[in-house]
Design a binder for this molecule. Sequence first.
Ligand code: PXG
Length: 435
Amino acid sequence: MATKMDAYWMPFTANRQFKQSPRLLAKSSGMHYWTPEGREILDGVAGLWCVNAGHARPKIVQAIAEQAAEMDFAPPFQMAHPKAFELAEKLVEITPAGLSKVFYTNSGSESVETALKMAIAYHRVRGDGARTRLIGRERGYHGVNFGGISVGGIVSNRKMFGTLLAGVDHIRHTHDLARNAFSVGQPEHGAELADDLERLVTLHDASTIAAVIVEPVAGSTGVLLPPKGYLERLRAICDKHGILLIFDEVITGFGRTGQPFAAQTFGVTPDLMCVAKGITNGCVPMGAVFASAKIHDAFMNGPEHLIEFFHGYTYSAHPLACAAALATLETYADEGLLTRAAQLQGYFADALHSLKGLPNVIDIRNIGLVGGVELAPLPGEPAKRAFNVFLDCWDQGVLVRTTGDIVALSPPLIVEKPQIDRLVGTLAAAIKRCA
Ligand code: PXG
């Protein structure tokens, strides 16, 4: 019997188009999905940038099943369970030096809200309570909650939702086709765009600014890499003015760029770091904020019986998520997955950049195992050409992701070279067919 599709209002989906020709997934293993009819689909995007170790990994499956049977839920407020501590200790073994405290959430969006609140509250507990402004970046994606869309810079995610948070401003994005098109890895030009933060400091005064949040590699907007020297310069300007730097590593975290975190790939350490997705290999919803001891310790004042930070979620440190995350970290470590993208990135880059010269390809971008292919829009119909490419790939048994007229690839980190060839080959054929 056909699935009835009236009741489910789908997120970030063209609902009417989807329900006319649904794309259903029913099973997954390793690098693949299968449709309910049994058609095999090569996963070119790790689900949604999250299944970094590939699908249905045995250790993770077993850990979740065992945890569900042993203890389903434990309240996280004024109570805890051992795996929450064990996981935090394991996580800080792989975070950039200095980020030694872990606050759990259930998604990337919640990690962002948590980090923004931490930043404002941090300044206040230090007696610097006028620092309340938050600075984001044009084209940034920081989830869908009000803080995240306020600091975010994707117009369609903002324009429907009123006035958003007060006291937010944005620095310019770094996308520059004229100077940087077809760069392999980090582009040469644009470090000076970090100086836009100085402009906002001049406008608002540093004493009113709490934090700046950026994705080290902007993912959702279509894979925009930081120009060489850009993140270093942003870090230096933040230091100069006492502004906290927040990296949103929801996509870049857990091996995507060739190191466990993009902060390590680029050699720039933020004060707060948001993660989610790959923390549990996408198997159970979970996110986290990593904080420096300096930030954490600033809260540890006042009477000891009082709560220091009035924030948290019913499902923070959920036992199933903690069990899944512990097994995920073990799987990453067993197979060297958190640095595997560094070994494959040369091959991946060559494959991806072989698309240069195909019709309508106006830029190709890559780092680690992330790639973006930007297409010239169909005249008067933005986003349609890339969507057609997505549908064509789906028909050929390959899952890619599109945003606007950009096609993004972010395969599971277990991907093998012939699968990279298949991904890129399928994409090439689709781009030609959609010319
Ligand atoms: N920050 C960043 C940098 C993200 O990429 C979030 C926050 C929000 O995470 P949650 O778990 O609340 O969804 C994300 C999510 C895409 C796409 O097509 C990317 C995301 C979500 C949906 C689509 O690139 N990233």
